[in-house]
Design a protein around this ligand. Structure first.
Ligand SMILES: Cc1ncc(C[n+]2csc(CCOP(=O)(O)OP(=O)(O)O)c2C)c(N)n1
Ligand SMILES: [Mg+2]
Length: 337
């Protein structure tokens, strides 16, 4: 077998860089396509795109092992793709079709996969944080050697239920990684306007929870921090906080007038910090890949994304009988004594 080439910067193999490149590009192109379908009226309701934040979830998934769990907010398409859920099922759900992960009845914010240990998709800001601790509690209770990645935003980090969850998680030494995706805005409110203590990870100190801040535009840095957090949790040392500094390029959701920041600010981030461009240039300057190879990968990804959109368009809408399935009880009692 040929020796694995490594980058000059670190001991990362070319194969690994290519994997990260592919995984981030899949999310980027998928989200761009979702934006197009939304514009065409094929996706209704809320739709929050993840463009710009790809390195967060790709880096952390690279640090995860089989059976580890994840739960996140409504900005969830990237998390689903990164943990291996089928782009066709995700796109069909976005368009409200039968072939979607929730049979077209949930939409963008409501998808689950038991197989991939993806527990949603939650529209209520911060609601997934105690759920993540609960998932970790179940692993600890059952003696499973698993870790739960609990993702939430800078806005959510200011909520009371997050503080309560930190306390319980540390008290019970739960194997949960709290991932704060600090994209600097909560809808139209910047971090500066929302909190006096903007270093969110430091808040763990009040409970004795270890943590750190990491550059979320650098997939390798995210992966490294993720591995450290995973090792901490798996060793039974309790929770860990990772504040991942990132940026979203698109509006909060598809209906965002974006008056709270300048075009120049977004442009500067795209030009100087883009996570995909960073890996692309590492691959090219380190001579780990040629322009042609990268073009070929781009084409493969486009094909996957186009196939997901075709599948979504061809899948029928769910039948009316679906109104009566997947509700809390299969049988509704007729009499209550
Ligand atoms: C409990 C609750 N309050 C308010 C809202 C409305 N809301 C939806 S997203 C959001 C901002 C959250 O920002 P952040 O946690 O930073 O996540 P991001 O959207 O940046 O990923 C708000 C206030 C909500 N969905 N739930
Ligand atoms: Mg935010």
């Amino acid at each position: 077998m040929a020796a694995r080439r490594t980058t000059k910067k670190s001991n990362v193999s070319a194969d690994e860089l290519l994997d990260h490149y592919r995984d981030m590009l899949l999310i980027r192109r998928f989200e761009e396509k979702a934006g197009q379908l939304y514009g065409m009226g094929l996706i209704g309701g809320f739709c929050h795109l993840y463009i710009g934040q790809e390195a967060v979830v790709v880096g952390l998934e690279a640090a995860a092992d089989e059976g580890d769990k994840r739960v996140t907010s409504y900005r969830d398409h990237g998390h689903m793709l990164a943990c291996g859920m089928d782009p066709k099922g995700v796109m069909a759900e976005l368009t409200g079709r039968e072939g979607g992960y929730s049979k077209g009845k949930g939409g963008s914010m409501h998808m689950f996969s038991k197989e991939k240990h993806f527990y949603g998709g939650h529209g209520i800001v911060g609601a997934q944080v105690p759920i993540g601790a609960g998932l970790a509690f179940s692993d600890k209770y059952k003696g499973d050697d698993r870790v739960t990645f609990t993702y939430f935003g800078d806005g959510a980090a200011n909520q009371g239920q997050v503080a309560e969850t930190y306390n319980m998680a540390q008290l019970w030494e739960l194997p949960v990684i709290f991932v704060i995706e600090n994209n600097q805005y909560a809808m139209g409110t910047s971090v500066k306007r929302a909190t006096k203590s903007p270093d969110f990870w430091e808040r763990g100190a009040a409970y004795g929870i270890k943590g750190e801040s990491v550059d979320g535009m650098d997939v390798l840095a995210v992966k490294e921090a993720g591995e450290k957090a995973v090792a901490h949790c798996r060793a039974g040392k309790g929770p860990y906080i990772l504040e991942v500094m990132t940026y979203r390029y698109r509006g909060h959701s598809m209906s965002d007038p974006a008056k709270y920041r300048t075009r120049e600010e977004v442009q500067k981030m795209r030009e100087e910090r883009d996570p995909i461009e960073n890996i692309r240039s590492l691959l090219l300057t380190g001579k780990h890949a040629t322009e042609e190879q990268l073009k070929e990968i781009d084409k493969e990804i486009k094909d996957v994304v186009n196939a997901s959109a075709d599948f979504a368009r061809e899948s029928p809408e769910p039948g009316l009988d679906e109104l009566w399935t997947d509700i809390y009880a299969d049988e509704i009692p007729q009499e209550v004594n």
